[in-house]
Design a protein around this ligand. Structure first.
Ligand SMILES: [Zn+2]
Length: 258
């Protein structure tokens, strides 16, 4: 039976796990250290976008795998700007898609999703069965390795970072900021790690209000979720929403967490 679920109820239980091919473990989070560290999932919204009508920021993670041409072509055909978080792993296998994004600099802002898609958490533990970076040094390597790959591929130096699973310790967030990056949260979980069905994704997009930052995935071309993303984007456009990129925004990141 299907039930309506809000992103907050969903939390990030399914974020990015599809991309990693990881099964949902129980419990989802386990620490190898004796004390379980507190993890946060920063919320990000945009505010006071100039002009008429509601505005949202579409953000897409390209964790690994391929590109979802359904989403990419919808964004291009409708001239809709978005922010794409790419990993070095994804870049390695998707040069053609990256070239398409770079050929449309007015549409695509390229930001940092890390080097190897390991959670940017500075203590050794697992999140959704995935080993974290595990130390401050390894968090820095994940963040800076992703940025270096973007620049080596011809992109601009990224200014935003979003780690795999989008969970962090407060100390990792402080470290990432000290490296010169803003940590990209979100306010609507559009596709639950690309695992939601098409109608579920479309419903999540339909919930968006002025100022929301939507996260979903652009690296799962075989998933039904991508069909829902396309429907959701076109629905927002038809309802008069405007689309902005993160780099065009300067307001501070909300410290409120999910
Ligand atoms: Zn990811």
């Amino acid at each position: 039976m299907k039930t309506m679920t809000t992103p907050r109820m969903f939390g990030l239980a399914l974020l990015c796990t599809a991309s990693l091919g990881a099964a949902m473990p129980a419990p989802a989070i386990s620490a190898t250290a004796s004390a379980k560290p507190r993890l946060t999932e920063p919320k990000l919204t945009i505010s006071e976008v100039e002009g008429q009508g509601p505005a949202v920021a579409l953000t897409f993670d390209a964790c690994m795998g391929k590109v979802d041409d359904r989403i990419l072509s919808t964004l291009i055909d409708n001239r809709i700007p978005s922010t794409i978080f790419v990993t070095a792993r994804w870049l390695k296998h998707n040069a053609a898609a990256f070239a398409v994004m770079r050929a449309n600099p007015d549409l695509f802002e390229i930001e940092d999703h890390g080097e190897n898609h390991v959670p940017a958490i500075d203590v050794p533990m697992t999140v959704f069965g995935i080993k974290t970076a595990g130390s401050p040094e390894d968090v820095a390597a994940e963040v800076e390795g992703g940025a270096a790959a973007i620049m080596a591929a011809g992109g601009e130096r990224p200014i935003w970072f979003r780690g795999a699973t989008a969970k962090y310790t407060p100390s990792a967030i402080a470290e990432i900021q000290s490296l010169g990056y803003r940590v990209a949260g979100y306010s609507i979980n559009g596709d639950s790690g690309s695992l939601l069905g098409a109608s579920g994704v479309a419903r999540q997009y339909h919930r968006a209000k002025d100022g929301d930052v939507i996260i979903s995935h652009i690296n799962q071309p075989t998933h039904e979720a991508g069909e829902g993303v396309v429907k959701g984007i076109l629905d927002l456009k038809a309802r008069g929403f405007r689309f902005v990129r993160l780099k065009d925004r300067t307001e501070p990141l909300s410290t409120k967490s999910f």
